[in-house]
Each structure stands twice: as structure tokens, then as C-alpha cells.
Design a protein around this ligand. Structure first.
Ligand SMILES: *[C@@H]1O[C@H](CO)[C@@H](O)[C@H](O)[C@H]1NC(C)=O
Ligand SMILES: *[C@@H]1O[C@H](CO)[C@@H](O)[C@H](O)[C@H]1NC(C)=O
Ligand SMILES: *[C@@H]1O[C@H](CO)[C@@H](O)[C@H](O)[C@H]1NC(C)=O
Ligand SMILES: *[C@@H]1O[C@H](CO)[C@@H](O)[C@H](O)[C@H]1NC(C)=O
Ligand SMILES: *[C@@H]1O[C@H](CO)[C@@H](O)[C@H](O)[C@H]1NC(C)=O
Length: 683
């Protein structure tokens, strides 16, 4: 049926003299499950609940940029991008449905209703009427929230899809008119930072969902709009194919803001998907290769141990003193899960997990009420430093607070875990299921046409490497578990029912396959973990074990006070703009100078007190909470500091005192830390 409709459409367009022919977009390797089918368990549920009960679940009640933005009849915007409320919507929907939280669902519903009811006669979504204010960019975030809503709540799907069709038709008309709304011209106020045109693939990606799922005879306009989003970006010299090329791609820190077209960290974290989103329509086979190369290049030259990008806000190279913006963590996680779903390349999923278990929680306070704008791998303090190691971040940026720098982070970071959860299981073909991103979860879904299945993955992963699965199914199917690349296969096992553990047998896609019967199937998988000592800049090293990065966990004192204004961090926000007593800014100051050490990597001992069943502490990403540590022999050394900014790790460290054993803890639980340390021989 679909085929004949498409043929008809193509034929009638041919009569109108266009060259359009209905084409398919290149498909994802794995399909996603509808939002809400995967529920968190264990520590992940605890983290999501903390987020829902903390800042993320209360921004709608007090945060001026969420509740009183131009989208709600107010005037609060920090730029012409008008992106804050759409960012909020993009996270509140998956957070609400991950937890089945009625209060948050009601917030999402209120916003959805107000936006759809206010759709303008020409199809525009949002408060803007003037051409100079009508930027397409924030609509990418809005539509992403709407798509998640449409998948989570079928009773709203039709209304959302109808609104998207009206909007895509308008967008196509605008784009045909010299890329109106995408490429800013003189007088346009929507072009702040040129983020919209640099991220042209984002709205195109949302339109691709419409094309894949609900084309409804409107294929020509949707395809046209997708195509022109890319062409407009390219016309405005944002062709990412020209940037992710050895010889062009910057291999060192950007000295200053010169040409910032491609080197902004958040743009880049999103830009990692540009070539793949283009490939879906263009189908040039050089694009998948470039998509892989771009990830490898970015992390080779600007990758943090914790899985995120080092950029503050422009690419900052390999120094452990430079900053990684929290938004880069969540956007990198999302890009890696998207790329994994498209290509099935194992390292993309490993990278999504690395960020989820390390970079993301490290920048958020255990109670989920405050966050940093930028984190550092070597971060012995977090306060308003007198110097500034960053290119475009203020000297308050590593403070834990409400808006320690630009408020985009306040409204964007909560998407991290809800989207990670939503991407954790994927469909393989129509009848099989893959556990792709590992964590404690429960899935209830239908495979094929009517195979109702429930999968429970009970685990303390990433703090313990065993996952116990209980699967009930109405018909047999093949269950896949992704085997992380770090797993040591000589010590990894699978135990089916009551039989003895046997070695894993990875497929070429690095999956362990399990035949699931009708009824209940149980098995457990344990991944062998090894400590790895990773070489970093200046001969320093970082310590990993399994999916976790470890860092020297420093003792500190906290000074807390009412939140400061992001663009004037000495000025407290008025009381009506904060949520007291929970919203506070926090300066973390180290006790002593124990951070200046060198370590002997030959002395590392694992102290693993984890097991697969004892519930983890809540919050788990708090000082001393995870049940694993590495004990390492270390000695004090000289380490320079200028205006509160650390020198690079000394390359020829000399012990200035006695050696002692120190504790390295999972990075996400350390708020003041040292991650990249020089090496000495203490034997
Ligand atoms: C939001 O707007 C309402 C109505 O103008 C006002 O009463 C309230 O104080 C505002 N809140 C914030 C945080 O701006
Ligand atoms: C189209 O937009 C570009 C800037 O993006 C501008 O230089 C050019 O004059 C515009 N052309 C027309 C016909 O408006
Ligand atoms: C595919 O892309 C490459 C690199 O941009 C280009 O050299 C080549 O001509 C393209 N191939 C086709 C068929 O367009
Ligand atoms: C894997 O584990 C075995 C057994 O403990 C060990 O001998 C080997 O070195 C490990 N391999 C790697 C790559 O760490
Ligand atoms: C930041 O540091 C400066 C100088 O040390 C100090 O005067 C200022 O009050 C501090 N800001 C806050 C919010 O404490």
C-alpha cells in the first residue's frame, strides 16, 4: 500500500515538473523502543529520582528561563536563540516517562498544550512573529521533545504529528527563500553564536523521524526541508565534511576565538552526527567512514579520560587543567548512542557508557541541585579562581551552582540519563532485542507482531561486572548482550540457568547471543575487568578499570551561599528567582596540599568490595559511596600553581616526602580530584 502511495506522489510531482522521487532514508542498524518501555532500576533509578526531585524536576516551578521565557509569555531569554524552554522540554519528557512521574508529566503536558494551541496560522511553532526573530534552531529541541512525547503517549501522537507537518511545510517555504530562519542576515537576532546554522542537522534529524514514521503523503516537503537544512548549512560554510579531515582538523588547543565555525565543544559533540544524518539522504559511502574518523580524531586530540571532550568552550587539547562543559558530556552521550544505533560499532557504545558513568556524574552534586559549567580532570578546587585557564568560560565556571556560567547548561544537562536509559535497549530486526548500553533496567515491550516480553537486568554495573537477566517471553527469540571492548574475554563468563559458567562467544558485532524460550529464561553474564594505565600528555597517566575511570579523591570543605547571576557572578540572584534552601552555589576547597603527588603504577592494588546483589548507596556518585577503589603508592612532589591555576603535570617529578598508599575512587564520585598524575618508582 505504502509503495503505491509513494509512486503516486512521485508521479504527480513529476507532472508538476520537479525531479523529486520518493526515496527511503538509509536505515538505522537497530530500531529504538518507544520512550517509556525501558524503566530504570537500582542506582540508575536513584539518580533519575534525585534529578526529578532536585533541580531538573523543579525548574518549571522557579527557574526564570524555564517558567518565564518568551515561550510562556515572559521575557526571560539569555539570547536570540530562544532555546531555554525547548531545552527544558527536551529533558522533562524523557525524565517524566522514565519514572512514570505524574507531576513531571503534567508539566510536560502543560507546555505541549500551550505550544500546540499557539501554533500560528502559517504553521510556526513558538512565540516569534518577526522574521528577524524566527530562528529555526530552537525548534529542533522542541520537536525532539514532541517526538519523544508522541512515542511515549499514543493519545497525543496524531496531534503532534499534525503540528509537525504544518511546521515542516512552513520551514520548507522559508528555506527555499534563501534559507530564511537558518542562515542569519544582517538584522536577524536569532543567529546568536551561529549555533543554529552550525547545528543544521539537528532539525533535519527531527524531520527525518517524521519521514521515517509518519510521512503521510507529505514526503516531498519533508525531504525538501531536510535537504535544504544541509544545503543552507553548507552555503553558510558549515560543511562538516571539510572539517573532519586530517590536516584541517585542529590537533592542539585553540589559542583564542578566531574562526569558531567548527571548534565549539557543544557544536562538535552534536556535529559528530552531521555526516551520518547527511548520509541518510545522500548515501555517499565516504560519509560512514568519515563519521568513524571524526569520532576517533576528536578524542585522539581533545578527549578527556572521562569520555567527554576537552573544550572551554573551544577545543582545548589534552591538558588536564582545561575545562569540559557539562553540556558536552550529555551531547556526546547522545551522539554516541545515535551512532551506535546507526552503525553498531562497539566503541561508540563504550564511549556513551564512559561518559555516563564518569564525566556526567562528576559535574553534578550528589543531590542533583547544583552542577558545574566546566569540569577539569585535575581539579583540586572548585571556586572563583583568580586566574583563568579557559578561553571562553568565566573564572566561576567550575563552581557547583545553579548557573555558574551560561544557563544553557542548567536546562540541558538533565537530558543525560533519561536519554541514556531510552537508548539502552534496541531492536535487532523485528523480533530480537539487544541490551546495548548496560545498566540496571527493566523493559516491557512487544517484539515482532505479538511477542510480549519482559527483561529485567539486575546489576550494580558499572560498579560490579555481573548482570543477572530474567526474561519472560510468549515466543522464543534471540537476546543480545553487547560485550564492552574493555572486557577481558579470558575471564568473562555466561551462566545459563543452573549450569556452570562458560566463556563468552562474541559475534562479529561483539554481541553475546542467548536463545530465549517461551516462558522464563534466566542467565547471568560477568565481564572480566583489568586495570589499565592510560598514557596522557606530559608523561602523566590515568587509571581505568572496566567502564570506570579512577581519580585521587580529595578531602574538602564546602562554602555555600545563594546562587549568583551567570553573567555577573558576584551578584546574588533575587530570592524570587531561586529555590531556597535547595539551590545554593558551592565553593569546594581542599584540605591541605595532598593533591600534589606522583604515583607508582607498579603498586596498584584493587580493593573491590562490590557484589552483584547488595543495593548500592544512594546517592552513589558521592564521596566514598562506590564500593570499589584502587590503592596506589604515592609520594608528595612540587607542583606549580599560578593564580589558582595548576601547572601541567611535572614531567620529572621528585619526591619531597615519604611514600604512602592513597585511594583512587570512581571519577564520578570525586568532586575534587587529581586524575592525570606523574609516575615515580617507589619500589
Ligand atoms: C514569573 O512571572 C510571574 C508573572 O509575571 C511573576 O509573578 C514571577 O515572579 C516570575 N518568576 C520568575 C522566577 O521570574
Ligand atoms: C541570501 O542570503 C545571503 C546571506 O546568507 C545574502 O548575502 C544574499 O544577498 C541573499 N540573497 C538574496 C537574494 O536575498
Ligand atoms: C562522495 O564523497 C566524496 C568525498 O566528499 C566525493 O569525492 C565523491 O565524489 C562523492 N561521491 C559521489 C558519488 O557523489
Ligand atoms: C586478562 O586476564 C588474564 C587472567 O587474569 C590476564 O592474564 C591477562 O593479562 C588479561 N588480559 C589483559 C589484556 O589485561
Ligand atoms: C570571588 O572572588 C573574589 C576575589 O577573591 C571575591 O571578592 C568575590 O566576592 C568572590 N565571589 C563570590 C561569589 O564569593
Amino acid at each position: 500500500m505504502k509503495f503505491s502511495t509513494l509512486t503516486l506522489q512521485a508521479a504527480s510531482l513529476a507532472l508538476l515538473g520537479t525531479t523529486y522521487s520518493a526515496e527511503q532514508l538509509a536505515p538505522f542498524k537497530y530500531d529504538s523502543l518507544p520512550l517509556g518501555s525501558i524503566k530504570p532500576l537500582g542506582w540508575l533509578k536513584d539518580q533519575l529520582r534525585l534529578s526529578a526531585e532536585g533541580l531538573a524536576g523543579h525548574e518549571w516551578d522557579f527557574y526564570r528561563y524555564a517558567m518565564n521565557s518568551t515561550w510562556s509569555g515572559g521575557t526571560w531569554e539569555y539570547s536570540g536563540l530562544h532555546e531555554t524552554a525547548p531545552y527544558w522540554f527536551n529533558y522533562i519528557v524523557p525524565l517524566a516517562w522514565s519514572l512514570d512521574d505524574a507531576r513531571l508529566k503534567a508539566q510536560a503536558k502543560e507546555f505541549l498544550d500551550s505550544v500546540l494551541d499557539a501554533q500560528q496560522a502559517d504553521g510556526w511553532l513558538g512565540p516569534e512573529t518577526a522574521k528577524s526573530e524566527r530562528g529555526l534552531w530552537a525548534r529542533a529541541l522542541l520537536l525532539y521533545g514532541m517526538i519523544q512525547y508522541a512515542e511515549a503517549d499514543p493519545s497525543e501522537t496524531e496531534r503532534i504529528v499534525a503540528a509537525m507537518h504544518r511546521f515542516v511545510n512552513l520551514a520548507y517555504t522559508m528555506l527555499k527563500d534563501n534559507y530564511t530562519g537558518l542562515v542569519p542576515v544582517s538584522g536577524d537576532v536569532f543567529g546568536a553564536g551561529n549555533h543554529g546554522v552550525t547545528r543544521a542537522h539537528e532539525l533535519a534529524t527531527q524531520f527525518q523521524w517524521l519521514y521515517d514514521k509518519y510521512p503521510n503523503g507529505n514526503e516531498a516537503n519533508i525531504w525538501g526541508a531536510i535537504d535544504l537544512m544541509f544545503k543552507g548549512g553548507i552555503a553558510a560554510q558549515r560543511d562538516w565534511r571539510e572539517f573532519f579531515v586530517e590536516g584541517v582538523f585542529p590537533t592542539v588547543a585553540m589559542p583564542a576565538i578566531v574562526d569558531r565555525r567548527f571548534v565549539h565543544g557543544v557544536d562538535l559533540a552534536e556535529g559528530l552526527r552531521w555526516t551520518t544524518a547527511l548520509y541518510r539522504l545522500d548515501k555517499n559511502e565516504s560519509l560512514p567512514t568519515q563519521a568513524h574518523d571524526s569520532v576517533d580524531m576528536l578524542f585522539k586530540y581533545h578527549g578527556a579520560d572521562s569520555g567527554t571532550i576537552t573544550a572551554d568552550e573551544l577545543l582545548a587539547g589534552m591538558s588536564p587543567n582545561r575545562g569540559s562543559e557539562l553540556c558536552m558530556a550529555v551531547e556526546t552521550m547522545y551522539s554516541m548512542s545515535y551512532l551506535y544505533r546507526f552503525y553498531g560499532t562497539n566503541r561508540f557504545a563504550d564511549r556513551a557508557e564512559l561518559v555516563a558513568f564518569n564525566a556526567l556524574p562528576a559535574s553534578i552534586s550528589p543531590d542533583w541541585w547544583s552542577h558545574q559549567y566546566v569540569a577539569q580532570a585535575n581539579q583540586p578546587w572548585a571556586f572563583n579562581i583568580s586566574g583563568n585557564p579557559y578561553v571562553n568560560v568565566n573564572n566561576y565556571g567550575n563552581t557547583f551552582g545553579l548557573e555558574p556560567n551560561y544557563p544553557c547548561c542548567t536546562v540541558n544537562h538533565p537530558q543525560g540519563y533519561p536519554k541514556f536509559l531510552a537508548a539502552s535497549f534496541m531492536k535487532v530486526g523485528t523480533s530480537d532485542l539487544l541490551h546495548a548500553l548496560l545498566s540496571p533496567t527493566k523493559v516491557i515491550t512487544t517484539l515482532g507482531t505479538n511477542n510480549k516480553v519482559t527483561v529485567t537486568a539486575d546489576t550494580n554495573y558499572p560498579f560490579n561486572p555481573t548482570i543477572k537477566y530474567t526474561i519472560t517471553a510468549q515466543s522464543p527469540f534471540t537476546f543480545h548482550v553487547r560485550i564492552p571492548a574493555w572486557a577481558n574475554l579470558s575471564t568473562s563468563t555466561i551462566t545459563l540457568g543452573r549450569s556452570n559458567p562458560v566463556a563468552l562467544t562474541p559475534t562479529t558485532d561483539n554481541h553475546q547471543l542467548v536463545s530465549v524460550r517461551t516462558g522464563t529464561t534466566t542467565f547471568s553474564i560477568t565481564f572480566g575487568q583489568t586495570v589499565s594505565v592510560v598514557q596522557r600528555a606530559n608523561s602523566a597517566v590515568a587509571l581505568h578499570r572496566g567502564p570506570l575511570l579512577y581519580a585521587l579523591d580529595l578531602d574538602y570543605n564546602t562554602e555555600s551561599f545563594s546562587p549568583r547571576t551567570y553573567n555577573a557572578p558576584t551578584v546574588p540572584l533575587p530570592v524570587y528567582q531561586v529555590h531556597l534552601p535547595e539551590t545554593q552555589d558551592h565553593f569546594l576547597k581542599p584540605v591541605g596540599k595532598d593533591w600534589a603527588i606522583a604515583i607508582d603504577t607498579a603498586s596498584i592494588e584493587v580493593n573491590d568490595m562490590s557484589d552483584s546483589t547488595t543495593p548500592l548507596k544512594n546517592p552513589i556518585f558521592a564521596k566514598g559511596a562506590p564500593p570499589v577503589e584502587l590503592k596506589v603508592k604515592a609520594c608528595p612532589i612540587e607542583w606549580g600553581v599560578t593564580n589558582d591555576v595548576l601547572a601541567e603535570p611535572p614531567v620529572a617529578p621528585v619526591c619531597t616526602g615519604d611514600a604512602k598508599v592513597v585511594s583512587f575512587r570512581p571519577y564520578g564520585s570525586t568532586k575534587l580530584r587529581m586524575t592525570e598524575l606523574p609516575v615515580v618508582n617507589l619500589s
